[in-house]
Design a protein around this ligand. Structure first.
Ligand SMILES: *Cc1c(COP(=O)(O)O)cnc(C)c1O
Length: 456
């Protein structure tokens, strides 16, 4: 490795200090007009290079104007705030630069991933037959589940590609990756059935049952149901137990998409939210959402490893040259060169322990409850959320939520998004940053109220 790396790491340390202090001081970056970007930051690439000092200056301006997802005024996404131990692990992964494809390339890192998967399988009571991997995010985890379910129902698809007559089910409130993935694996978007939800945003299991029976009557082949543990807007959880019975009766694969709230598997207090999860066939969750590992960290787990192999293994003599398949993780992953996403999550888990992670999760739920109480006790607000959700959806003084969120952003006050459920549009505050305190939540409301008083 070049000695120059030390200089560049030194620069990194300086920039890291700038980012952290700016983030703590302001909590938000000043918005720049997209059309001004190229000129303002010297983004244009040229034939000749620049000096290290010049590069450092440009990088500094650039990073200070990049949205601060770890700031105390950032509530816009289902992630926020990075855990320092996880950052440490991830920086090491960058420096080591392995691929998780084979034991020969990744060595001990393979066992970190295997240990994470073992412990997650245990938390959701999957049998010893389990298998899993750490794909590039929740969308990819959901995609892998769909592919496996398809191949299980129609094994010939792997060779002949025919997905004729296959249909699958998900709730109208599920993540958009579910519908999007339908086209990637040849099912087609028209063959996705979006099942109605109740007031809380949970899938109505009777409607699922009706839809399946009607498709069977029409000679279609139901093969996959996606249940969501923490829907993207409302944070609702589908009735996994009831859905699993329906799936069992019709021999349908049940996947639980826990990308958002799935880390609740760690919590002792909120464990009831995952009731029935052991009856699912696959499950995923994103530590990069509630646990603060840097993007992307997703854990995907199947009840029977053979199903994962069946869909994802492929002969490649130039790659798989030592050890058996259990240690050559490329045989069960989508990617070939796959980033080491295990190290950052392992570093965090090792450092805090399962009990420490349990506390992090509970803290997020506690802050969500605090936010709901604030809203309930203030007549200027209308609450649309229910208990035990990390999404706090509300309206303020009949102000159009879209206008409110956009103006807060344009005026560099707050970053928060809006959502919709059952024709009601609202602001969606998410309790996802474990480093937040009650004061930070109160400050969110204070900033919002102060801004509307003077501007809207
Ligand atoms: C965020 C989310 C996803 C997608 O995860 P990515 O890592 O962003 O691809 C899938 N499902 C749900 C419920 C989510 O909230």
């Amino acid at each position: 490795m070049s000695e120059k790396l030390f200089d560049d790491l030194n620069t990194f340390n300086h920039l890291a200090k700038d980012i952290i202090s700016d983030c703590n001081k302001k909590g938000i970056s000043k918005k720049v007009k997209p059309t001004d970007l190229l000129k303002k930051f010297g983004i244009e690439l040229k034939n000749s290079g620049i000096s290290d000092n010049h590069l450092k200056e440009i990088l500094k301006e650039l990073v200070l104007h990049t949205p601060k997802t770890s700031g105390k005024l950032f509530f816009n996404q289902l992630f926020g705030g990075v855990n320092s131990k996880a950052v440490l692990g991830d920086l090491l992964a960058v420096l080591l630069n392995n691929s998780m494809a084979t034991y020969k390339i990744a060595g001990p890192m393979v066992e970190l991933e295997r240990e994470i998967l073992r412990k997650v399988a245990h938390l959701i009571s999957y049998p010893n037959t389990f298998g899993g991997t750490m794909p590039t995010g929740g969308s990819m985890s959901n995609f892998m589940a769909l592919v496996i379910a398809r191949d299980k129902k129609r094994p010939k698809t792997i060779q002949d590609g025919n997905t004729d007559r296959l249909v699958f089910y998900t709730s109208e409130n599920s993540h958009y990756s579910i519908g999007k993935n339908a086209s990637f694996c040849g099912i087609g978007r028209d063959n996705v059935r979006y099942i109605d939800t109740n007031e809380k945003g949970e899938m109505i299991s009777e409607k699922l049952s009706d839809a399946i029976q009607s498709d069977i009557k029409n000679k279609l082949i139901p093969f996959f149901v996606n249940a969501t543990l923490g829907t993207t807007v409302m944070g609702a959880t589908d009735p996994i137990n009831k859905i699993s019975e329906i799936c069992k009766n019709h021999n349908i694969w049940l996947h639980v998409d826990g990308a958002f709230a799935g880390s609740v598997i760690f919590s002792k207090k909120y464990k009831h939210l995952i009731k029935g999860i052991q009856h699912s066939d696959s499950f995923c969750f994103n530590p990069h959402k509630t646990l603060g590992t840097p993007l992307s960290t997703s854990v995907f787990i199947v009840k029977h490893k053979k199903d994962l192999y069946n869909s994802f293994n492929y002969k490649a003599d130039y790659l798989y040259q030592t050890e058996d398949n259990d240690y050559n993780l490329g045989q069960i992953s989508f990617e070939c060169g796959r980033r080491n996403n295990a190290l950052k999550f392992w570093t965090l888990w090792k450092s805090y322990g399962t009990d420490g992670i349990s506390e992090m999760v509970d803290h997020n739920y506690k802050l969500a409850s605090f936010a709901r109480d604030y809203i309930r006790n203030n007549s200027n607000y209308t609450l649309h959320s229910f208990e035990e959700s990390l999404s706090i959806c509300f309206n303020y003084k009949n102000i159009d939520p879209k206008l409110l969120c956009t103006e807060l952003y344009n005026n560099n006050k707050l970053m928060v998004g809006y959502g919709k459920h059952k024709k009601r549009e609202f602001v969606r505050l998410v309790s996802i940053n474990r480093e937040n305190t009650k004061e930070d939540i109160l400050n969110f409301f204070k900033v919002l109220e102060g801004f509307t008083e003077n501007n809207l």
